[in-house]
Design a protein around this ligand. Sequence first.
Ligand code: NAD
Length: 393
Amino acid sequence: MKVAVVKESAPGERRVALVPETVPRLTQAGLEVLVEQGAGDGAWFPDSAYSKAGASIVKTDDLYATADVILTVTRPDETQVGRLLAGQTVIGMLSPLIEPALAATLAGKGVTAISLDGLPRTLTRTQAMDALSSQANVAGYKATLIAAGAYGRFFPLLITAAGTARPAKFLVLGTGIAGLQAIGTARRLGAQVSGYDVRPASKGEVESLGATFIELTAVSDGAGQGGYARELTAEERQAQQAELTAHIARHDVVITTAQVPGRRPPLLVTEDAVKAMAAGSVIVDMGASALGGNVAGSVPGETVVTENGVTIIGAQNLPSSVPTAASNAYSRNISALLLSMVTDGALVIDPADEVQAGVVVAHDGQVVHPAVAKLLRPADRTGGADDVDRAGN
Ligand code: NAD
């Protein structure tokens, strides 16, 4: 079976789905690895490193003409989709709950689509395949570095002959995978760190990193299903925003990561909260999206400086900005998933398997993932992705 690694097509995307180090794992399993010319360049993996690891470097046309399985990081663009042939399989982060139409197109072409975003993340055997976690980890690290770069003062306490600098007061709102990594990185830079999350379970995790957990009276328990947060009611949201405002005003740097599966990111930092911050403060909104983010006024991919001197950075694809580390981790994730589906050198689709039920989106000409199929039915489409969670419930 020929497994091919394509050059990513999304603008600015620097990651690659498979790194040279992982190639032998696939070849030892009897798979042949093809790599599109220059696929690893953005992440500093030259073609020669892939060849040395046992892969064949191929031209784009040859890759699409001969591959059985195509590995990608993000969704293929229209040109790439146009090249796909019936019987081929695409594995990547295809965001089918956000872009169900892609799943329908691939199904229509007879292409099998497998998306790592649907992986059931709490099973022991899926830990090594969890690309959402590995990429969130990279993103949380980079968010702290971006905040440190934009902040006009030091993060650590510094005592020098020229005076003493107090440590930066650093707050993370949403302490899941990305938030905890942001906290750890800020602690290593010497900031005075606090964290807040609606899930009470995260208190222990925040404190174990040496940060202070902020408890609000507004929302006592915002835990939902599967370790994720639930969507708050309008009253809870308002009370949470109001109570957070006082905490935000006391901090110099705020990083927000809050997500609720299948819903728009909740607004945590209101316009009033931004106005209450001191000039020179920095906010990095990791939830920034075209639909709105965690911070009033944030724009994805842009830096906005407010009238009162607060810098609001709308983060966008942070994992791509740490391309080597992000690709290394992703490569382990995608190869672990692929190998779990290979028997005697061939890909075996088994809808009865718990892991496959989460990741296989399109197969045999049909959109087989129930949550994605639901989004494609006109009568059910009104709520869009707002109606489903990542596991497809
Ligand atoms: P996520 O990206 O869905 O959300 C980020 C954080 O935002 C979460 O901690 C969430 O609780 C928080 N949040 C949502 N709404 C909020 C609000 N209104 N106010 C404040 N915070 C809010 O989450 P994630 O990082 O993917 O992980 C979420 C949970 O899943 C964590 O508990 C994590 O440990 C767990 N998880 C477990 C495994 C495993 O068992 N192996 C794997 C992955 C994730």
